[in-house]
Design a protein around this ligand. Structure first.
Ligand code: PMP
Length: 362
């Protein structure tokens, strides 16, 4: 700690986000199922746009992201004027906290909510507050009970990471309508595309002035490394966020590749179909060997073990076989492992190792 140069109060209380590893020393057959990435990677159209990019690197990129926003508006049927793009949806979450929450304010989220809500709230000097869940699913009554006159932001991920669970739109609307007037509800739709028939909350955003939606190219579109996310909200919120946004927060490469990915219907459909097929398959396999899973609407399943020690031992068995999944103790779920839905061979490998592990359990 430096004697004189100190960060803002609270910053040193932030626990570092622990990113997953992607390597195991001495192995070249590693499969990484720990970051909810698309097992097929980016589609051909994104790859081609990436290969084409780079001709105009001396030029500054677009400041208003008009082309990508227009493409998003057309693809999802949204008003492009109320879209904001950022370096991953993480950046949109961070803008929201910077803009709406500060010292003395509270940022509310659900017990097993995504870790960045807490980190971004604390980075803004606000107090993070977690409302209890029922059966690893967000509980609207608990969120409403925890909301008060200091609550400025409420985050709900639908589907949620790491549980994969979802709450119905009527419940989300009940939450939006029951919150105190100064609270903005953020619907995190990082996995929205995987939930068949779900619009990420876009219709509710259009009907309310206190609801914002965040989305990403990191999951279904297979572009986690590119860092592109976006938000959709009422004009008054988007105007505020744009004031905080650096004029060149996205590179021309990011903008071009993300836009190309939106047009790749073949890749999108294949990714969705395979995810749904293998998600059902893997959950059934895990259930058959005695492991409970929550109903997942995302591209991962949460497998629950007898206790933390068993989950930990199974994680070690998977690592010994070159399989990296996610331990979710930092989400308060040490007895569970979150497994990203890989391609068929990856899912079969994981199921095989876990079955052998469970068989050997006393
Ligand atoms: N929200 C949720 C619920 C997530 O799981 C993630 C990624 N782990 C994000 C937001 C952030 O994703 P990105 O910044 O890559 O868009």
């Amino acid at each position: 700690m430096h004697a004189h140069i100190r960060p803002q109060p609270g910053i040193l209380d932030i626990a570092l986000y622990q990113g997953g590893t992607s390597k195991i020393a001495g192995r070249d057959d590693v499969v990484k199922l720990s970051s909810n990435e698309n097992p097929f990677g980016p589609g051909d159209m994104a790859r081609q746009a990436y290969a084409r990019a780079g001709h105009d690197l001396h030029r500054y990129p677009s400041t208003d992201h008009a082309s990508l926003r227009a493409a998003l508006g057309a693809h999802f049927g949204l008003d492009a004027g109320r879209i904001i793009c950022g370096a991953g949806s993480d950046e949109i979450i961070s803008f929201l906290c910077q803009a709406y929450a500060g010292p003395g304010d509270e940022v509310l989220y659900s017990q097993h909510g995504f870790l960045m809500y807490r980190i971004s709230a604390m980075a803004a000097g606000a107090t993070p507050v977690a409302a209890p869940e029922q059966e690893r699913t967000a509980d609207v009554d608990a969120l409403l009970a925890a909301a008060n006159k200091r609550t400025k932001l409420v985050f709900i991920a639908n589907p949620n990471n790491p549980t994969g669970t979802m709450i119905p739109m009527e419940e989300v609307a009940r939450l939006a309508d029951g919150l105190p007037a100064q609270a903005l509800l953020v619907l995190d739709g990082a996995y929205a595309e995987y939930a068949a028939g779900y619009d990420g909350g876009a219709a509710l955003v259009d009907q309310r002035d206190n609801v914002v939606m965040t989305r990403t190219f990191s999951k279904l579109f297979g572009l986690g490394g590119l860092r592109v996310g976006w938000g959709y909200g009422p004009q008054h919120v988007i105007d505020v966020l744009n004031r905080l946004r650096g004029p060149f927060n996205l590179s021309s490469m990011q903008l071009d590749v993300a836009e190309a990915a939106l047009g790749d219907a073949a890749h999108i459909n294949r990714s969705l179909t395979e995810n749904a097929r293998m998600r059902t398959w893997l959950a059934a396999k895990l259930n058959a060997i005695g492991l409970a899973t929550d109903a997942s609407y995302g591209n991962f399943v949460l497998a629950r073990f007898r206790d933390a020690a068993q989950a930990d031992a199974c994680n070690s068995a998977l690592l010994a076989d070159g399989l990296i999944v996610r331990q979710v103790g930092s989400y308060g779920l040490p007895e569970a492992l979150r497994i990203t839905i890989g391609d068929e061979s990856a899912c079969r490998r994981v199921a095989h190792v876990i079955a052998a592990f469970m068989e050997a359990q006393p």
